[in-house]
Write a protein that binds this ligand. Structure first.
Ligand SMILES: NC(=O)c1ccc[n+]([C@@H]2O[C@H](COP(=O)([O-])OP(=O)(O)OC[C@H]3O[C@@H](n4cnc5c(N)ncnc54)[C@H](OP(=O)(O)O)[C@@H]3O)[C@@H](O)[C@H]2O)c1
Length: 272
């Protein structure tokens, strides 16, 4: 006979607690919010969530593109599944009210995906505060605004899932795009802190660090790029496996391990 601390056949309390947490994390039926859903990876994530049978609140800035993107999902599924909410994420103070409005109109949200991002061209001798500010606002502060709105609710409900798309670019400060790197590193660090706060309360926080993906943002990148639909599949697989951090595709974990460990005195002489 198996004897646990609380009597015959009973799993230890810690194990029971863990099982309950995992159960809460895997129950997914509520509304999803996808921020940055009008194109690229975000649109593919929204489409997959809709196929899963979820209601998807799609957020991005350009209203016509967003509406058209939502319509393609509804047309493909033959039912209303995608709901466009035009919003500029740099309007940080409006995130909380928008989150509340979505819950009022579509029901309780249990999943937030943050993919809004910008990566302007920056010359090697350019130090442009306007471009820098925009990247920090869209890539990092926007994530914090929506992350806080989700975290507050998910913590109270002891369930929910936050997925944030940072980048392999967050792993190192590079000469090409200093503030893209910095904004993604800030976002990545915020998500780690959120995870450390929330995971123990049954709330999942998954950070995704993609390599090159074939979207408008990476149009000038030469070489092999992952199709956006495949990136979305891997992102939701990482969500399902409750990964804290996932490189997409997985080979980037090893590549970035090597790059992270290049000593600074060598790295600053390189042009990667
Ligand atoms: N493509 C890559 O190789 C790659 C690699 C690593 C990480 N990522 C990250 O993956 C995420 C998705 O990028 P993507 O490649 O799919 O590029 P994308 O097609 O350019 O998508 C960017 C999304 O962000 C939204 N967005 C930008 N500024 C916004 C604002 N002010 N307010 C609201 N939404 C805004 C865009 O909507 P609007 O068009 O309406 O503004 C669009 O939906 C980004 O965070 C990016 O940094 C991409």
């Amino acid at each position: 006979m198996m004897l646990g601390p609380s009597g015959p056949h009973k799993a230890p309390l810690q194990t029971q607690h863990r099982r309950l947490l995992l159960l809460a994390m895997s129950r997914r039926s509520g509304t999803c919010i996808v921020v940055g859903a009008s194109s690229g990876i975000g649109l593919s994530v929204a489409r997959r969530l809709a196929v899963e049978g979820r209601k998807v609140a799609m957020i991005s800035n350009r209203e016509a593109e967003l509406r058209a993107a939502a319509q393609t999902i509804d047309d493909a599924l033959g039912r209303p599944a995608a709901f466009p909410y035009a919003h500029d994420v740099t309007d940080l103070d409006a995130a909380e009210a928008l989150f509340a409005r979505i819950e009022q109109e579509l029901g309780q949200v249990d999943e937030l995906h943050y993919l809004a991002g910008v990566m302007p061209e920056v010359a090697l001798d350019e130090f442009d505060l306007a471009k820098d500010r925009l990247q920090v606002q869209v890539n990092m502060l926007g994530c914090i605004a929506f992350g806080n709105a989700a975290a507050r609710r998910f913590l109270a409900r002891k369930s929910g899932c936050i997925v944030g798309i940072t980048s392999v670019a967050q792993d190192r400060g590079r000469l090409g795009r200093p503030v893209y790197n910095a904004s993604k590193a800030g976002m990545d660090c915020y998500l780690e802190a959120l995870r450390n706060r929330l995971w123990r309360h049954g709330v999942q926080v998954t950070t995704i660090r993609p390599g090159f993906v074939d979207t408008q943002m990476a149009k000038d990148v030469k070489g092999r790029k992952l199709p956006a639909a495949e990136a979305a599949r891997l992102i939701l697989r990482a969500r399902d496996r409750r990964k804290p951090i996932a490189y997409v595709p997985g080979k980037w974990r090893l590549i970035m391990f090597v790059i992270r460990n290049i000593p600074s005195f060598l790295f600053r002489r390189m042009s990667i």
